[in-house]
Write a protein that binds this ligand. Structure first.
Ligand code: ZN
Length: 254
């Protein structure tokens, strides 16, 4: 049986505890909500090409802009760092990546090796339902491209390749492809000229057609050409961005 003293203290502590817990839950939910919104806003800015290579994202500035705590910003920056969308430098802060041409070449090369393997496995094996799923995805890509939604276009283009990887049914492969695609999405956002932003819905459609007709060599060739074209465009643009244009440097003041 409870003693009088415990009877006195227990109701007080149990009455107070749920109240604090409730407040904590509300705070956590609010923080989570704002955290997600800040995450989406920064990701969209990155994929929309609005942030430039090497640009620093300062916690204090962002906390002011989004009207939230620096703790929330810190969590979002850490998450983007884990995803490879930002570079986190010890004691210096978060920066927009500035990959070298060689870094990018290596990532595109890995994609080519893995994704030609993916189309080889899928060729002639897809169900009508899967074909329909791929075609509907390409329609969404076309729409985003026509509506000039640059960040959505880049993201959907990348997701087409993730969708193909999903159809192979290997979690390891999917995780690997997701990481590679996230990196190349960012490369495109940073360096691909706006008018060429589509990872060509038309080319994706051609890949689907090759997968339907069971022509393994055609599917492999199309995937290789598709990835090589994007890689070359991005690397050329990145090199141009690194090298100042001497004509424009000197003609202004001469
Ligand atoms: Zn593509």
């Amino acid at each position: 049986m409870a003693t009088p003293s415990s009877r006195n203290t227990e109701p007080l502590s149990t009455a107070a505890a749920p109240h604090d817990d409730d407040l904590d839950e509300v705070r956590t939910a609010l923080d989570h909500g704002i955290e997600e919104r800040v995450y989406i806003a920064i990701s969209s800015a990155l994929l929309g090409g609005k942030l430039r290579p090497n640009m620093q994202l300062r916690e204090r500035n962002l906390a002011e802009v989004f009207g939230c705590s620096r703790g929330v910003i810190r969590k979002v920056l850490a998450r983007l760092g884990v995803e490879g969308k930002l570079v986190l430098k010890h004691n210096r802060g978060a920066f927009v990546p500035c990959p070298s041409a060689e870094d990018m070449r290596q990532v595109y090369y890995a994609r080519r090796v893995v994704e030609t393997g993916i189309v080889t496995m899928l060729c002639g094996q897809l169900s009508p339902k899967q074909i329909k799923q791929l075609q509907q995805h390409v329609q969404a890509e076309e729409l985003a491209f026509k509506q000039l939604r640059r960040d959505a276009s880049i993201h959907l283009a990348g997701e087409f390749h993730v969708l193909l990887a999903q159809m192979v049914d290997s979690e390891e492969l999917l995780a690997f492809i997701k990481r590679l695609v996230a990196k190349t999405e960012l490369y495109k956002a940073l360096y691909d000229p706006a008018e060429f932003v589509s990872c060509a819905p038309k080319e994706h459609q051609q890949i689907i057609e090759a997968l339907k007709t069971r022509s393994v060599q055609e599917a492999v060739d199309l995937m290789t050409a598709h990835l090589d074209e994007v890689k070359n465009r991005v690397i050329v643009a990145a090199k141009n961005a690194e090298m100042p244009d001497l004509t424009s440097v000197f003609t202004e003041n001469f």
